[in-house]
Ligand binder design. Structure first.
Ligand code: SF4
Ligand code: SF4
Length: 305
């Protein structure tokens, strides 16, 4: 990776704090346009990481019984049913163009949803974003949350004291406390596997390559090309979510290609790191304390005259 790319993806504590042992920043590109909703990622994650079962029953919300990320769900495959028959054909101006686009979309494997009867399914495997500016990590008082040599964000279960400060700090509602042991849990991007040069379990299990694992800079380039390909096939509402280093969390380490607005998938449209103004707040408190101290000193000295 070029120095330029490395700097662009830099976090507060990576790569500098690792010196020579820093590894390239690794992440996920989840291309939801080719997710088939099989949930192999959820199962592989639970198996590899010994994540307890989630006892939810039939939710009645399409094929989604997990419903959200949580302490016992480190991957969550959302199923969204839309009465919106948007295909390559919808953007076409005439029947010939519609037929050409539909055939191109089928040939490139873009038509992953079922749009009979005017309904389409959007499927997306959500996960911790491994934010460049991670509020969970900023507020952790014990150092249980740390930035790894791969630039990912991991909780050390033997250091977490269960204070729970990180839970409201996460702008995505990802990190969560496990009720029976009181500690917080979330995706580690399979830190143990990365250290053994293996890809994360979810990415390995995904049969369609919807979850792609690799060096973050390369993934972003790959995602841009995919987006161009989709636009050429008439999928004009496709967009990248979390690939912009200038967004409110300075870019995600795990970003997405979505087929609609983030809100449709239950994702915040414009997430901002919740600790962004902490420095200003402390500067204000210190300035106030200094002014108060000066006033007290002036009153004391004035009284002695
Ligand atoms: S998504 Fe939440 S839990 Fe994951 S790194 Fe960002 S702030 Fe932390
Ligand atoms: S394994 Fe891949 S295709 Fe299956 S649900 Fe997960 S992301 Fe989608």
């Amino acid at each position: 990776m070029s120095n330029h790319k490395l700097l662009e993806l830099e976090t507060h504590s990576w790569p500098d704090s690792y010196g020579e042992s820093a590894e390239p920043r690794m992440g996920f590109f989840t291309d939801t346009s080719i997710c088939i909703g099989c949930k192999a990622c959820e199962v592989a994650c639970k198996e590899w990481n010994h994540v307890p079962e989630s006892p939810e029953a039939f939710s009645g919300k399409s094929y989604d019984n997990t419903l959200a990320l949580g302490a016992n769900d480190w991957r969550h495959v959302a199923f969204i049913e839309q009465r919106k028959p948007l295909g390559a054909e919808a953007a076409a101006e005439d029947l010939v163009q519609a037929a050409e686009r539909a055939s191109a979309a089928d040939g490139w494997g873009l038509q992953t949803y079922q749009d009979g009867e005017g309904v389409r399914w959007l499927m997306a495997s959500d996960v911790c974003k491994h934010c460049t500016s991670a509020a969970c990590l900023d507020v952790c008082p014990t150092g249980a949350l740390f930035r790894t040599e791969f630039g990912t964000v991991v909780v050390q279960e033997d250091v977490c004291n269960g204070c729970g400060y990180c839970v409201p700090a996460c702008p995505f509602g990802v990190i969560d406390k496990r009720e029976d042991d009181g500690r917080v849990w979330k995706c580690t991007l399979c830190y143990d596997r990365l250290r053994e040069d293996k890809e994360p379990a979810c990415a390995q299990a995904c049969p369609t390559n919807s979850i792609q694992f690799g060096e973050l800079g390369e993934l972003r380039e790959r995602a841009e090309k995919r987006l161009e390909q989709m636009a050429a096939a008439g999928q004009t509402e496709a967009r990248l979510y979390g690939a912009d280093p200038d967004d409110g969390v300075d870019g995600f380490g795990a970003f997405f290609l979505l087929l609609d607005e983030p809100e449709v998938y239950g994702l915040p449209p414009d997430p901002v790191v919740t600790t962004r103004h902490v420095g200003q707040v402390w500067a204000g408190v210190l300035a106030g304390a200094a002014a108060l101290g000066a006033g007290v000193a002036a009153a004391f000295l004035g009284g002695r005259k």
